[in-house]
Design a protein around this ligand. Structure first.
Ligand SMILES: *Cc1c(COP(=O)(O)O)cnc(C)c1O
Length: 422
């Protein structure tokens, strides 16, 4: 037996990990009489044990004061979204006026594209990666049709290799080659399928060189990699809060709009919550928007969901990205060695990692192609208390999350896989 994946050796690594205690802050799903190996935090983050820290109060305030809660709740609901702003700005590297929390992700992407996709007859195309998230492609298609353009002629795909990885030099060349026609670049900052991390700063600079708006879907990036959206000059971005941010299923999304774009006062779809707050309830005839990202709000805030997002964001400000990233790199390397060892011992099953190998090109997720009977492996893992996820035709996504996964989780994963060889 290889010592590196001995359970006691892994536990020793956990003891030396300065943030290992945060695992105790989360409810880990159970399998038989043990904790399951949960490697799907990229899809749905775990529940913080203190999810109730604010929720209970909001329910009590609703119970005892009902409508008065808008102004007199312990945290008045009228401006509840503001309780999130500072932490949200921190996790994406934004100024506070550049972010707001509202709606769900796909809805927000439509709102942002309504403002920032402004095609002309000459400049109307959108560049994206060919394996972008299905919802994102539907969003792009419907926005293109809404503006009266033809989807067949309006999307430029970045070139990918046979594993679905985008060569970034080729991506930049594609921008250059299509500069006259591109109105927008829209990419998942971390690709949901391959786990590839894009150089958002470089892409943004290149886009701006040719007067192209640059936006990112950060669903798989936020809480996973260190983002500096303001400094990078990104025009807009949006993300959900229930993947690496652990706020609960279907919970609210946040958006980023660079202050340079806010200043230009682009067209936006308007609702009462984006109206200047001092006379928001006066119900005037003319919409006077707040001159920050808050001006993009439409509806009053979903308080209960937001109250959990408040809790889950605290971990990131408490720990800080530097520590999370150190652990993320160690944990994914450990998983990578486990997979390599498994492959070297296995005669028939091979897990071929497609996610790029360098730490700046990947986050917590490793995607693997499985050469042979992959779906069976996935099903067997599931039956053994391992949560990973399967994407047809042959990709398994495995995401050890630094906030709550342990080195022991990875060692257990190795032993369960190893047993399939017998
Ligand atoms: C998870 C995810 C979504 C989900 O969108 P919802 O509107 O929250 O359902 C969209 N885009 C990407 C890239 C995602 O990873």
């Amino acid at each position: 037996m290889n010592k590196e994946f001995d359970i006691n050796f892994a536990r020793e690594k956990d003891l030396n990990d300065p943030i290992s205690k945060f695992r105790n802050e989360f409810n880990i799903p159970r399998f038989k009489d043990q904790e399951a190996v949960y490697f799907t935090g990229n899809s749905l983050g775990l529940q913080p044990k203190n999810y109730n820290q604010y929720l209970e109060q909001e329910l009590l305030d609703w119970k005892s004061m009902a409508v008065e809660g808008h102004f007199h709740a312990k945290t008045p609901w009228f401006d509840y979204h503001k309780t999130l702003t500072k932490d949200v700005a921190y996790i994406v590297g934004a100024k506070e006026k550049e972010v707001v929390t509202m709606n769900a992700l796909s809805v927000n992407l439509h709102l942002l594209l309504t403002s920032f996709y402004q095609p002309t007859h000459k400049k109307y195309k959108i560049l994206c990666e060919p394996n972008l998230f299905p919802s994102d492609l539907y969003i792009l298609h419907s926005q293109i049709e809404l503006r009266g353009f033809d989807i067949k002629d309006s999307i430029v795909f970045a070139p990918i290799d046979s594993n679905g990885i985008v060569n970034e030099e080729a991506l930049l060349d594609t921008i250059k080659a299509n500069q006259e026609e591109l109105a927008m670049i829209f990419i998942g900052g971390v690709n949901y399928y391959t786990g590839q991390v894009f150089d958002m700063e470089k892409i943004t600079k290149m886009g701006h060189l040719y007067n192209i708006i640059v936006g990112f879907d950060l669903a798989h990036a936020v809480g996973n990699i260190n983002l500096k959206l303001h400094d990078w000059g990104v025009d807009f971005a949006a993300w959900c809060s229930y993947k690496y941010l652990n706020s609960g299923p279907g919970n609210v999304s946040s958006i980023f709009i660079h202050e340079n774009q806010i200043k230009k006062k682009p067209f936006r779809l308007s609702g009462w919550w984006g109206h200047q707050s001092d006379n928001r309830f006066a119900l005037q005839k003319e919409h006077k928007p707040i001159h920050t990202a808050e001006g993009w709000q439409l509806s009053n805030a979903p308080i209960f969901g937001m109250s959990i997002y408040r809790v889950s964001l605290q971990f990131f400000t408490q720990i800080g990205f530097e520590k999370l990233i150190v652990k993320r790199i160690q944990l994914s390397r450990y998983l990578e060695s486990a997979i390599h060892l498994f492959n070297s011992e296995s005669n028939h099953i091979k897990l071929n990692i497609i996610t790029p190998g360098t730490a700046d090109k990947r986050g917590a997720q490793l995607s693997v192609h499985i050469s042979d009977s992959g779906k069976e492996i996935y099903n067997s893992l599931k039956k053994s208390g391992v949560y990973v996820d399967w994407r047809d035709p042959n990709v398994m996504r495995i995401s050890p999350v630094p906030l709550y996964n342990s080195f022991e989780d990875v060692a257990k994963f190795y032993h369960i896989l190893h047993a399939f060889n017998k």
